[in-house]
Design a protein around this ligand. Sequence first.
Ligand SMILES: Cc1cc2nc3c(=O)[nH]c(=O)nc-3n(C[C@H](O)[C@H](O)[C@H](O)COP(=O)(O)OP(=O)(O)OC[C@H]3O[C@@H](n4cnc5c(N)ncnc54)[C@H](O)[C@@H]3O)c2cc1C
Length: 491
Amino acid sequence: MDLSRPRIAIIGGGPGGYEAALVAAQLGAGVTLVDRDGLGGACVLTDCVPSKTLIETASTMTVLAASADLGIRVGGARPGRRHDDGSGDVEPGPAQAGIRVTGPAAGNPGPAVADATRLYGRIKNLARAQSVDVAARVAAEGVEVISGTGRLSGPRTVRAGGREIAADAVLIAVGAHPRVLPGAVPDGERILNWRQLYDLSEIPPELVVVGSGVTGAEFASAYQALGSQVTLVSSRERVLPHEDIDAAVVIEDVFRRRGMTVLGRSRAASVRRQGDRVVVTLTDGRVVRGSHCLLTVGMEPSVDGIGCEDAGVKLDERGFVTVDRVSRTSAPGVYAAGDCTGVLMLASVAAMQGRIAMWHALGEAVHPIRMSHVAATIFTDPEIATVGVTHTAVESGEVAARTVKLPLAGNPRAKMGAIRDGFIKLYARPETSVVLGGVVVAPHASELILPVSMAVEQRMTVDQLAQTFTVYPSLSGSLTEAARKLMSFDS
Ligand SMILES: Cc1cc2nc3c(=O)[nH]c(=O)nc-3n(C[C@H](O)[C@H](O)[C@H](O)COP(=O)(O)OP(=O)(O)OC[C@H]3O[C@@H](n4cnc5c(N)ncnc54)[C@H](O)[C@@H]3O)c2cc1C
């Protein structure tokens, strides 16, 4: 061991842990990373990557279902095209994404059906391959990886793989796991958390989704597109209760129009099996039945048994590790990043917290994390992407802002693509016209939010955004048009 190099020990190999390891190695530290389930963490293996892969197939199904509007008659399956370079390689066609294209046969709900075995197989393969890629990246930077469980055995020591690893700084990045309701324990067959979906052998014919936050809304949207009859049980008045209200209204309307049953103000008291069926009993006594039930009722930090108390690391009242804006815990030399801190459960935030921790620990100049600049997307169909100030902050008067909301239906590119649902919303500071944030509800909103994100980060004015060239025709044209409308308030 080179004792002249600073030593970093990291517990947890998700985005919080592995991104930190890459930064620390780049800065010349000797890094040991302990992970028990596979590099990439739950993000890559069970949560973000698998769900987004499923949603990719679901989105293709939605496009296929709407193909008649675009003047397409689907007449039969076309396999992936074979390259004519003699390689025998096949370009991906719908089949590779787990979609079987069918003719307009009687009794068939749409032009395509999801092939569950292929779809789930693809998702698991892709997740494993992504984990292998992360492992290769980390290895290439000279990070030592220990496969196993790690725990803090003192303020700056980690026990793992039968060793005691002394470090100048330790990072806890152990993530979180699905919360279990006492009356609704997953059995992995019919009563499921999202990590168990990919072992199913079928697309659930009748899926009851309990919980209408981001995860519940994303899976409800995806499975409805994949052919399930979905019932969404929401304890609040509307779906996505913590998100932009205008966006939530659009999504709930789309859900209902596509045939989903949305039960507002309905709290699940218990979920139990009845043979091959599930019975969800609501607190008001109503009963909802289905073939499967997916529980999306939140996350709990995976900090049990990792030795926080031995190291003097404080937890908050919900059990999450308390951190400041440069990822320091209450114990000197111990940092924490990602879902175990409960700050904002996003891979991008976990990664940034991890990097900031390492820059700070290794003496680099560092900006504290700015949560108001985090761009996020809810991958429903259409997607909801947000950055900066929120509707609630503006409505309550906490933040003074001028607002413009532009429906997408008037956008020429949207008309060409038969896109009817969605809007662009921008917020700007009244006196200075600086862009404070925005909301995009559109197909691929996750890609369209970047200009707004850059405007917020760089403190651009609506004038600067409005004077930026966009392509004609494009959905992003509505972004600059919204900025122009905010300019016109100036006179
Ligand atoms: C369904 C779903 C979809 C999501 N989609 C998105 C999305 O689209 N975009 C986005 O930004 N975020 C998304 N997220 C959130 C994202 O997955 C998390 O924010 C991210 O995984 C957090 O990273 P992390 O490093 O904190 O933890 P994790 O990714 O959970 O990794 C933690 C790692 O630590 C390991 N570990 C735990 N305890 C120990 C121990 N004692 N010793 C050794 N190793 C240990 C675990 O095995 C795991 O490998 C989604 C979440 C869910 C549930």
